[in-house]
Write a protein that binds this ligand. Structure first.
Ligand SMILES: [Zn+2]
Length: 253
């Protein structure tokens, strides 16, 4: 039983415990090229949150990891079998209910640990922050916390070399042989402004990529995944520790 994982702990152990930070990992359930499981983002969120919390706990931070929310925003993938969409308004309602508990019980720091590119909690956090002024609510994207080019040869953002390497490290039993993976080729927008990135529109996933992947996974290895996992959980645990220590009335210098 890990005392920083809510789903594993019990009332006997935690009823008198004081926690400073709650972490809410948030995943998605969606196709990841041909070779990775639908639960890839959930597996990443579970493992990164747990290992970062272990490191932070050992450094003295009172952090508690809540169960991972398994569904993310998949509005662009309606024609991909069993990609399950949770709309942003539903996510906001879930987040509100979690915040209501934390706020009432005096755990005033919540970090949403996001594991899926289609999820964006920032506007929700602005709105819910008005409703719960005593709460400090923040979010982070673990997949943007490090320079991926220092770890991987091929770039990408979905079922790519990074995600494949991570899964080879975390759950090799769920990864098909790499010969069965697609190349993860994606089509770029014809309209210049979207290509440049200063204008944005949701990508219609099945028109952009044939195998649902974006980024070539073929050079993925277990060793690359392990090295990245260590680095990303080191960085994440640093955030947990900083948050636990932070004085909410003195956040700026
Ligand atoms: Zn993913």
């Amino acid at each position: 039983m890990r005392p920083y994982i809510l789903a594993e702990t019990n009332w006997k152990d935690i009823q008198n415990q004081k926690f400073d930070v709650a972490v809410l990992p948030w995943g998605a359930t969606e196709a990841h090229n041909y070779h990775l499981p639908y639960g890839t983002d959930i597996i990443e969120a579970d493992n990164i949150a747990a290992e970062a919390a272990r490191k932070a706990w050992e450094a003295g931070a009172k952090v508690i990891v809540l169960p991972t929310i398994p569904f993310g925003v998949n509005t662009g993938q309606t024609d991909i079998l069993l990609d399950i969409n949770m709309s942003p308004s539903t996510q906001a309602a879930v987040l509100n209910d979690v915040l209501e508990v934390l706020n009432r019980q005096g755990i005033h720091k919540l970090l949403v640990l996001n594991s899926h590119g289609g999820n964006d909690f920032r506007t929700m956090i602005r709105e819910l922050g008005l409703k719960y002024p005593a709460m400090f609510i923040s979010s982070c994207n673990w997949f943007q916390s490090l320079d991926k080019s220092e770890f991987f040869e091929n770039p990408g953002d979905h079922a790519d070399e990074m995600e494949t390497s991570l899964l080879l490290h975390l759950r090799p039993d769920l990864v098909l042989p790499l010969e069965e993976a697609g190349e993860g080729l994606d089509k770029k927008p014809k309209i210049k402004a979207y290509k440049e990135g200063w204008a944005w529109a949701e990508r219609k996933w099945s028109q952009v990529t044939e195998d649902t992947g974006v980024g070539n996974p073929k050079k993925a290895t277990k060793e690359k995944g392990e090295r990245f996992f260590e680095a990303v959980t080191d960085k994440m645990s640093g955030l947990f520790v900083d948050l636990a220590k932070a004085n909410l009335n003195d956040l700026y210098e």
